[in-house]
Design a protein around this ligand. Sequence first.
Ligand code: GLV
Ligand code: MN
Ligand code: MN
Ligand code: MN
Length: 414
Amino acid sequence: GYVRNVGVGVRVSELAHGTLAGLAEIADIGRDARRGGYSRQLWQGPDLELRAWFALRAERLGLAVETDRNGNLWAWWGTPGPDAVVTGSHLDSVPGGGAYDGPLGVVSALEAIGRLQASGFTPSRPCAVLVFAEEEGSRFGIACLGSRLLTGGIDADRARALTDADGITLAEAAATAGLDPRRLGADPEALARIGLFLELHVEQGRGLIDLGRPVAVASSILAHGRWRLTVSGQGNHAGTTLMTGRRDPMVAAARAIVAVQETAAAIPGARATVGRLEVVPGGTNVIASSVHAWLDARCDTEAGTRALVAAITAQVERAVSLNGCSVAVTEESWTGTVAFDAALAGRFAAALGGVPALPTGAGHDAGVLSASVPSAMLFVRNPTGISHSPEEFAEVEDCVAGIDALEALLRSLL
Ligand code: GLV
Ligand code: MN
Ligand code: MN
Ligand code: MN
């Protein structure tokens, strides 16, 4: 039964003493009473608590925990690299996110290693659990920031200057977290230790529901990116400014958002979302002077995604002009189409039998790493088909099937 179910899909009683005790242990960290679900932002209270929990959990397995220069956490079973089998995910969340996106992969990695140890298995190559920083980009705006920094996928100076909602730069936040901000950026020594990377993750769509299977491997990730639409108008007094002749960027932004939806809806396979707005200055009795709207756009191919954003840009420009406003569209991040390593997928099929392969529209650190090292993912069925929401869920039996698969793969690779 549900001992605690505060709008979050963790059935604590079922997990507390079982395979997923780790999820139960962190079930109260970062709950967001206002939004529902969890808000776990990089290096803020809940994220620091989760990092401490991870270190404790890993050390209990005899793993040696270290933080790399970008704030990613590594827990080593045996001597660090080279050619290590590395598995993990992330502990940060979107605002008001679910309990599984990220933590399931971390808990499953620890669990699988614990099982291997308990069975007396001795690895013949190094192994590590890796927890990436800022996977969601919820604090500094760029998703998979920890893996992008590690692999050199983002310029270090640009990253250092990223700001959070309070205007704190990544450099300042890193310093507060005990890192040297000058050392943020590409970390070829750390990267060179990874022989291959495996990420277990809750599925974020309905693929496994439709297949009636508990576990799949990932085949590919859609090309995707984030763009900032800055809509500019004329700020003024809400009471003294007549309706005629206003250049109100809120109204223009509303038209722009409708244009985003209509443009994407007309292109097969396209997904485009505005899920975040910032109104400047943001007062009830103030006609705004500008509105920032963040666009998340994804499509089957890189060219298709570029074409989608070009079409959206044209439609948004037209839409905001109806209110005498202008719009600037700036790219904040880009991830090309990811095709996961075919040789690794073949090993999966051999170790797991006929496990299905699924594409996904969600971004992952494994996708970023795949440009540098062979990478693969395991998906665990999510019976709600909903993610980035408190309604995200996974049945205990399916999580156990995921851990079984991860353990089998680690056994075959180590
Ligand atoms: C990350 O979860 C993303 O796909 O945006
Ligand atoms: Mn996510
Ligand atoms: Mn995730
Ligand atoms: Mn993700």
